[in-house]
Design a protein around this ligand. Structure first.
Ligand SMILES: [Fe+2]
Length: 373
C-alpha cells in the first residue's frame, strides 16, 4: 500500500514465475489513463498480457460468460484485475470457472462451493475506495434473467496480492467516489453492529467509521486530495477485513435485492438505506455500539442516555447523506408499492440478514422499504 505501490507488480509476478496475464478492467479506466499506468509496469517488466475491458457496473451472468470466453482464448496464467468491485468480482468468477468449468453457466456459482480446484491466481489493483472486493471472501453477480443477485462465498478466489495505490483513485468520477464511499461506510457500520462482530472486527470497524466520516466529504469536494484518498483507501480496506470476519446486516440484504431488480448502484442504494436501517436496529442488543458512530461525528455523549445517542446517530447519518448529491427516494428509480413483496422476500432470504443485530421478519423489511419509497 502506498503511492507507486503498483511498481512492485512485475517483480511479484516474476517471483511467482507467472508469465502471461489477462488484465480485466473497464472502459472508464482506459479513458482516464489508469489502465495504461498499470499496463506500463507489465510492459517494462516484459510480461505479456491480454486486456479485456467490457466489464459493466454490477456485472451480469452474460458479462461473466463473455469475460470467461476471452480468458480461455488468452491462455493466461494469471488475472490482473484493475478497478472497483465490478472488475474484481468478475475476475473472481472467471478465475474459478477457468479451473472448475462445470460452473460455466455462472448461475450455479451461487452460495458456498466445497472441493473447488484452486482457481487461477488473481492480482488486484483497486481503483475505488469501497467495495473491498480484493479482501472479501464473497462476490456478487447479477442474474439478469431472474432479476436477482447471485452471492458467492469462498476464500480460494481471494486475490493473492493487492496493490493499493491511492494516486490511481484521484480520477474517480464523483458518483463512483460517493457510491464506493457509502459502500465502505455501510461495511464498517454493519460490521460494528453485527450480531457476529468480535474483537478483531470491532477494532477495525470503529476506526473505519471515523476515517470515512472525516475523509469522504474531502474526497468529494477535492478529488485530487491525495491524503484524503489514501485515508479512504486504507479505511475501505480495513472495513472489508472487518466485515469479512463479522458479516453484515439488512442494509446489504435490501441493497442486494433492490439493485438486482432496479438499475441502482450498490453504494447509492446503501446511502438511502443506512438511516432507516440504523433507526430500526437501535432497538437491538448492539445499540451500545452506536456510541462509536457518535464519536465519529464528534457528538458529546457524556450526558446522554443510550436511546438519545442512537437517535442522534440516526439524525447525523441522515444529515451526512443529505450533504451529498444522492437520490433521496427509491421511487426515483421507478420502484412501486407493488414491487415491495418480492423485494422483501429476496432481502429476507439474503445471507447478510443473518448478521443483523435485530431479529427481522419479512413484514419488517416490507415496512422499511415502504418508508423509503
Ligand atoms: Fe457492500
Amino acid at each position: 500500500m502506498g503511492i507507486n505501490a503498483i511498481d512492485e507488480i512485475a517483480t511479484e509476478l516474476k517471483n511467482r514465475h507467472l508469465k502471461k496475464g489477462f488484465i480485466i478492467t473497464d472502459n472508464g479506466l482506459i479513458s482516464c489513463g489508469v489502465y495504461q499506468k498499470v499496463a506500463n509496469v507489465l510492459i517494462k517488466g516484459k510480461i505479456p498480457s491480454v486486456m479485456y475491458s467490457d466489464v459493466r457496473p454490477e456485472p451480469t451472468v452474460r458479462d461473466v460468460k463473455n469475460a470467461y470466453n476471452e480468458l480461455k482464448r488468452s491462455g493466461a496464467e494469471f488475472i490482473l484485475a484493475i478497478g472497483g468491485g465490478s472488475p474484481i468480482d468478475t475476475a473472481k468468477a472467471i478465475s474459478i470457472i477457468a479451473k472448475n468449468p462445470k460452473y460455466d453457466d455462472v448461475v450455479s456459482l451461487g452460495g458456498h462451493k466445497n472441493n473447488l480446484n484452486q482457481p487461477l491466481p488473481i492480482f488486484a489493483v483497486p481503483t475505488t475506495a469501497g467495495s473491498a472486493s480484493e479482501i472479501s471472501k464473497s462476490f456478487v453477480i447479477t442474474d439478469e434473467v431472474n432479476e436477482k443477485k447471485i452471492v458467492c462465498f469462498n476464500d480460494k478466489m481471494l486475490p493473492i496480492e493487492t496493490f493499493i495505490d491511492a494516486e490511481l483513485m484521484t480520477t474517480m468520477p464523483d458518483i463512483v467516489t460517493l457510491s464506493s464511499g457509502f459502500d465502505a461506510l455501510a461495511h464498517a457500520i454493519e460490521s460494528l453492529i453485527s450480531i457476529k462482530a468480535n474483537m478483531f472486527s470491532d477494532t477495525l470497524s470503529k476506526d473505519a467509521v471515523k476515517i470515512i466520516i472525516k475523509n469522504l466529504p474531502v474526497c468529494y469536494d477535492d478529488p485530487e486530495n491525495l491524503e484524503a484518498r489514501e485515508n479512504m483507501a486504507y479505511a475501505q480496506y480495513i472495513a472489508g477485513l472487518a466485515y469479512s470476519n463479522s458479516g453484515l446486516g439488512i442494509a446489504h440484504s435490501i441493497a442486494h435485492a433492490i439493485s438486482g431488480k432496479f438499475n441502482i448502484q450498490h453504494g447509492i442504494a446503501l446511502s438511502m438505506l443506512l438511516p432507516t436501517v440504523l433507526k430500526f436496529n437501535m432497538y437491538s442488543p448492539k445499540a451500545h455500539m452506536y456510541k462509536y458512530i457518535a464519536e465519529a461525528f464528534d457528538i458529546d455523549t457524556s450526558n446522554m442516555k443510550l436511546e438519545e445517542i442512537c437517535r442522534a446517530v440516526v439524525k447525523e447519518i441522515e444529515k451526512f447523506k443529505n450533504s451529498f448529491n444522492v437520490p433521496k427516494k427509491l421511487s426515483d428509480y421507478g420502484m412501486l408499492e407493488q414491487d415491495l413483496d418480492s423485494l422483501a422476500l429476496r432481502a429476507y432470504e439474503d445471507a447478510c440478514t443473518l448478521g443483523n443485530p435485530r431479529e427481522v421478519t419479512m413484514t419488517d423489511i416490507y415496512m422499511l422499504l415502504k418508508k423509503m419509497l
